[in-house]
Design a protein. Structure first.
Length: 125
């Protein structure tokens, strides 16, 4: 009997969330207005953040929320202010505060800790 392939074991939804959304996010950040190393409208992350670090952070949020970049960003102007970007900033500050409060713990809190691939966080992480 033939073993099923790895991809066939994953649902389309998981493949989309874990592969396609981060890939699209990388493409969005590397294209157009976000192509320069001087990112616009950074308010929580350091102003001198590397492109790789910013892409990694955005990709982790894509996976954590199960949404693509356009959930928070305007595709024509990624730096444009939106209500969901402000909410994301508040959540990033909260995560940083929690991790700073308990630096000696083995498990760091991330967006995925509570969201688990959903926009609305789980009641209990």
């Amino acid at each position: 009997m033939r073993k099923p392939s790895f991809i066939s074991l994953l649902s389309f939804h998981r493949v989309r969330r874990l592969v396609l959304f981060p890939l699209l996010g990388t493409m969005l950040l590397l294209s157009g207005a976000a192509a320069s190393a001087n990112f616009k409208n950074l308010q929580v992350m350091p102003k001198n953040v590397s492109k790789a670090a910013l892409i990694a952070q955005m990709n982790s949020q894509v996976v954590a929320l199960g949404k693509d970049c356009t959930h928070c960003h305007d595709p024509k102007d990624p730096a444009k202010e939106t209500p969901l970007k402000e909410k994301a900033r508040d959540m990033m500050r909260m995560v940083a505060e929690i991790n700073a409060k308990w630096p000696g713990t083995l498990n760091r809190v991330t967006c995925y800790t509570c969201h688990r691939g959903n926009v609305k966080p789980a009641d209990k992480p």
